[in-house]
Ligand binder design. Sequence first.
Ligand code: SF4
Length: 330
Amino acid sequence: MTNLFSVPCKPLLQWYQTNLRDLPWRHTTDPYHIWVSEMMLQQTQVKTVLPRYEQWFQLFPNIQHVAAVPLDDVLKAWEGLGYYRRARFIHSAAQQIMDQHDGIFPEQFDDILSLSGIGQSTAGAIASFCFGMNTPVLDGNVKRVLKRWHNQYEATDKQLWVLAQEAIDASNAPAIWNQAMMELGATLCQARSARCDTCPVSRYCKSAFSNIEQQPSNKKKTPVKDVFWQINLHTHLEKGLWLQQRPEKGIWAGLWTPPIIELPNKPDCSPCHIHLLTHRRLHLYSKPLSSAPPSDGKWVKQISQLALPTGIHRLLEKNFPKNKYQIIKA
Ligand code: SF4
């Protein structure tokens, strides 16, 4: 591959300075804030993250707070953002920072990378945004921009890391460069459309004004598997609803749900709710029961203190009259 970054980086940097979206994490270089924003933004849209980002720091103003609270509190704060593994990573990395770095977010790249749940791209973002290091970001947006820019749709991650490193080295402005590449991918050079007519790098881009939709992708699609779950709703007039905590691994790990039984086949009736995960389509069938609940779990009068998956919230909304669900939810 040729190094297209021998061309001036200026147009992209200038475009970013005047077109950047005003987002709260762009007003800070505090590594705790940047870290949390990067984790939230990994799988969740900006508009969903915005209010949750502010709420997070009201609940956990610093790393010490996150490390000290039980995991359940962190999962609860993450409720609705999905991919709860990220919340578990933040909790365990906060404890790592307390144990290994006296509660201060580490500044060395290898130390950042060694924190639970922080991969090379997230470490690159934190190290460049907060400590000015020449460490590239290679998230989905940046990969797409690099592939199009170079017209190298089959490029491997290893090849893209080399290109990303060359680019940031040439930029002389690592923090802004990374943010500009991410912004370009998020706004102009999107997966299904490219606004090459307003793109600051169209002069240098080998895919400019080509038919983006027809360009090949080396992404293999994992098929979505249908799963059929019976959700047992044990209720008690005074005690509330019986909930169990999910195992530490697997779907909805660590969250609270009514007892779930996996059904071998699709039932004849319609599901109460269908919840889509990345590789699973969960068909949820509610079953109200007055029998004694299983031994593990607890009666819960109000679910607001526990982290429940969104799919279960939807199912409960459909199973309880609005006023009763509101009481449980209160
Ligand atoms: S010119 Fe078009 S394809 Fe190339 S980076 Fe810009 S928006 Fe993407």
